[in-house]
Design a protein around this ligand. Sequence first.
Ligand SMILES: C[S@@+](CC[C@H](N)C(=O)[O-])C[C@H]1O[C@@H](n2cnc3c(N)ncnc32)[C@H](O)[C@@H]1O
Length: 239
Amino acid sequence: MGKVYIVGAGPGDPELITVKALKILKIADVVIYDRLVNRDILKFTKKGCELIYVGKSREKKEMSQEDINKLIVKKAKEKNVVVRLKGGDPFIFGRVFEEMLELKKNGIEFEIVPGITSAIAAAESALIPITERTLSSSVLIVTGQEADKDKRKVDFSKINADTIIILMGVKNLELIVEELKKYKNSSTPVAIVENATLKNQRVIIGTLDNIVSIAKKEDVKPPAVIIVGDVVKLRSQLI
Ligand SMILES: C[S@@+](CC[C@H](N)C(=O)[O-])C[C@H]1O[C@@H](n2cnc3c(N)ncnc32)[C@H](O)[C@@H]1O
């Protein structure tokens, strides 16, 4: 029986992977990786390492979480070193609990290797100091994917922080902004960091009042991190 390493690949720039992750990738027999993992990272694997993509593609739908769990267990039974490679940090919206539970149930040893999350790296890469002491003493990381009116799990009216960082929020931007405007001033600055840490990174700046129309005009596409709060305005002093 092999060991499974659940590894964070970092936010995008392949150099932002940890030394520990790199060491493990070099000895991996199989790597099971997600859509947002930079493919350049896979070049660190040894010859003959099996590479299995489980994200969405033009040809096929994303594999279900259940099937991914089964695949990891199957590979752990066949190989020595199995890497489950996830974008950013595995513990930030990485559906990692299900995978750990399945491994535990099957008596398979596993270890978590943290990564740099895009939630923080995007702010750093865009020069937005999210905890600048005069403006922000709290940061909230939240998913924007479940802001759908029918199946809302994130109640934006109940959560607040000086700085709010939203992942997976591009599709629901209008809804999210509508909710945030209920308790944040509409002049509150907003930044959208698209393709953070990559060569094609874009930073789009606006306020709660105009960010939806700016994002449309700029044709903002995922992956992107949305940062809401007064700290966003500090960026203009740094660029
Ligand atoms: C399923 S979540 C996974 C987050 C990941 N575990 C992390 O720690 O970064 C995917 C979301 O992360 C954000 N994201 C990941 N990589 C990004 C990047 N390079 N630029 C901007 N946003 C990114 C986007 O909001 C995307 O929709």
